[in-house]
Design a protein around this ligand. Structure first.
Ligand code: GRF
Length: 235
């Protein structure tokens, strides 16, 4: 059994309830294979930053508004990720779109939580309350949440975990959003993070089902933080 933990960065934009679920999951022992080392926000007034500070986690914000371009933001982010030797990233309500260059570099190392059962109600423009508004408009009886790997297609990466949630008579988008968070997001995000972190540090073989060693090898040279050692130990 290895003592190593995957170094996790969580990206946020808003209230940070999913970040809180991850922090709580570390405390309660649901997440044991990784540790949140860094929180990065897309805006300096995100309440999630406060949650990070309260939990003693280093946190910072990089916004396009302040730095002028997405490229400048990603440069700063990459520097921080390197400084903290980050192994995997969790997008927990992060509202900025990451460049293809960035998602390629972190292939199968970025998780995102989306508040619907993908492929329903997802893709460009589907975020926040809009997802639940559209679900109610369509009259679906079941919705839910999805954790998936992030690639260059919005909400298009491989699915890691999903959980269904019932839609009730009289639901408003706000009520449904809260139920989806409580009954799905805050449960499957920590579980998915543990699963991915465990695979990355070689505690489980799951990672090899998601991504072939061949593929990893070809990517290692361009990776910011090479993980070849950790991953090959799961062989
Ligand atoms: C969540 O519904 C998440 O699924 C979506 O944005 C919301 C973030 O909420 N992507 P919070 O900041 O974690 O409270």
């Amino acid at each position: 059994m290895t003592d190593r933990k995957a170094n996790i960065a969580v990206f946020v934009s808003g209230g940070g309830t999913n970040l809180q679920a991850l922090i709580d999951a570390q405390e309660t022992g649901i997440i044991t294979s990784g540790r949140i080392r860094l929180v990065i926000a897309s805006r300096s007034d995100a309440y999630a930053l406060e949650r990070a500070r309260k939990a003693g986690i280093d946190a910072c914000a990089f916004s396009v508004k302040e730095l002028g371009s997405r490229q400048a933001v990603e440069e700063q982010i990459n520097n921080k990720l390197e400084e903290y030797s980050i192994d995997m990233i969790v997008l927990a309500g992060y509202l900025s779109i990451l460049s293809e260059d960035f998602t390629r570099r972190w292939d199968h190392r970025i998780l995102n939580i989306h508040p619907s059962l993908i492929p329903s109600f997802c893709g460009r423009g589907y975020y926040g309350l809009r997802v639940h508004e559209e679900a109610l408009k369509k009259g679906v009886k079941v919705t839910g949440a999805t954790v998936h790997f992030v690639n260059e297609i919005p909400d298009g990466g491989e699915i890691v975990m999903q959980r269904a949630v019932e839609v009730m008579e009289g639901d408003t988008p706000e009520i449904l959003q809260r139920r989806v968070m409580e009954q799905a997001e805050w449960i499957i995000l920590p579980l998915s993070v543990e699963k991915t972190a465990a695979a990355l540090i070689g505690k489980s073989k799951g990672y090899r089902q998601w991504i072939s060693m061949q593929h990893l090898r070809s990517q290692n040279e361009s990776r910011v933080i090479p993980m070849s050692a950790a991953v090959s130990s799961s062989a």
